[in-house]
Design a protein around this ligand. Structure first.
Ligand code: NAG
Ligand code: NAG
Ligand code: NAG
Ligand code: NAG
Ligand code: NAG
Ligand code: NAG
Length: 338
């Protein structure tokens, strides 16, 4: 294991038994002093680790599956040895494994681009959008193994100096279907989950409908785009206003809510945190970086929000939608600005 290479200095503590000689007494004193020094040092280390433990406990939204935080911390630090390259000067830096668990059109593209702006993060995109990789639990495990051995290659790969590596995974890409095996895998391999959800499910629905319309309408010079990098492009895409079928609206919103709740329930025993799209700001990103054990950096993204401003500007049959939702638990979706 790379761990052994990183902590070879332990061997220098081994003291050879002294030969019968006038030096015996001096050696005994030396050994005693060394042992005493190590003992004092271990007490110091223990105190330091208690401090970091309390710091970790104060982070909100993190639920630990075990009670021994110290043990847990270690089992989420990895020293992978990729087959395709050498970790070189970063071989002794630990790597955290993560997965962003989300639903389509919930801001995960933006969130991932923010994470990837960190020089030590490799988030490899939606790798399970390719069907054969999620065909069975064994193909899923094979894919996960490749990602977490750092041998997965994508444009986001930072290779030797990754301190956190992962990808984003949509709930409908085999994640819910094979949840119990995946939870086992996460807990066995020390993978942390970051749930990314959107509070305003009506806005999500608008985005789903508009994106699926653009899939064939291809509003931007004949190419379909799910994410844009300029306000001009955002304006072009937002010109299309979807009509929402109000017959099923309440049921659809309820189903989205249930899927979220179910995912949280299934993955409750993993080390995880929950991020809501609407809450992402600098301080939230700080907490995410701490959760992933990263040196803190300012994260940036070039992506521009497509459906900016009031929802009434983005839905064709706004009156009907309003009538349908007034007086229901989903009424606030009409007003929430984001
Ligand atoms: C982050 O990456 C830089 C190189 O880009 C490297 O020098 C540094 O050690 C890395 N930090 C961690 C914690 O891996
Ligand atoms: C379409 O392409 C033209 C020229 O290639 C460019 O100037 C224009 O900005 C593009 N429009 C959009 C909406 O991307
Ligand atoms: C709305 O959905 C219902 C049930 O799926 C369907 O019967 C109806 O035709 C849809 N209405 C429109 C306008 O598409
Ligand atoms: C997760 O587990 C904790 C403690 O076991 C429990 O209090 C909480 O309600 C669970 N959450 C979900 C979403 O099941
Ligand atoms: C970030 O959002 C939270 C609420 O989600 C808020 O309390 C906090 O002040 C915001 N921080 C910044 C730096 O905007
Ligand atoms: C959203 O729209 C407002 C004005 O309506 C504008 O000031 C702001 O920059 C826009 N934000 C994004 C992300 O496009």
């Amino acid at each position: 294991m790379a761990e052994d290479i990183c902590f070879l200095t332990k061997e220098s503590l081994i003291i050879k038994p002294p030969k019968k000689s006038p030096l015996l007494w001096r050696m005994t004193v030396l050994v005693f002093a060394t042992v005493f020094g190590v003992y004092i040092c271990s007490i110091c280390l223990k105190q330091i680790s208690i401090q970091t433990m309390t710091r970790f406990q104060s982070i909100k939204n993190i639920e630990w599956p075990l009670h021994n935080n110290k043990l847990l911390e270690n089992s989420y630090r990895h020293y992978p040895m990729p087959k395709t390259f050498s970790r070189a000067e970063c071989a002794c830096n630990p790597v955290r494994f993560f997965a962003i668990l989300s639903m389509q059109r919930s801001g995960s593209g933006w969130f991932e681009s923010l994470l990837n702006s960190h020089k030590n993060v490799s988030s490899n995109g939606e790798i399970f959008s390719v069907r054969h990789r999620r065909e069975s639990i064994s193909s899923i495990v094979q894919t996960l193994d490749k990602v977490y051995s750092l041998d997965w290659y994508s444009s986001a790969s930072k290779n030797e100096c990754s301190a956190a590596t992962g990808f984003k995974w949509m709930l409908n890409q085999g994640l819910m279907e094979h949840h119990s095996e995946i939870v086992q895998y996460f807990n066995r391999r020390g993978v942390s989950a970051i749930f990314l959800f959107r509070r305003n499910l009506l806005r999500r629905l608008v985005s789903v409908l508009a994106n699926s319309y653009d899939r064939y309408a291809k509003l931007l010079n004949g190419t379909h785009k799910s994410h844009v990098h300029s306000e001009q492009e955002a304006d072009t895409l937002a010109k299309y206003k979807p009509t929402i079928n109000c017959t099923n609206l309440i049921t659809d919103l309820k189903e989205m809510e249930m899927a979220t709740a179910k995912a949280l329930e299934y993955f409750n025993s993993t080390r995880h945190m929950i991020v809501y799209y609407e809450d992402i700001n600098r301080s939230k990103l700080k907490v995410v970086q701490e959760f992933l054990g990263l040196p803190r950096m300012k994260l940036t993204s070039r992506q521009v929000k497509i459906h900016n401003g009031s929802l009434s500007d983005h839905i064709k049959n706004w009156e009907d939608v309003q009538k349908t939702l007034l007086g229901t638990p989903y009424e606030e979706f009409l007003r929430l600005g984001y």
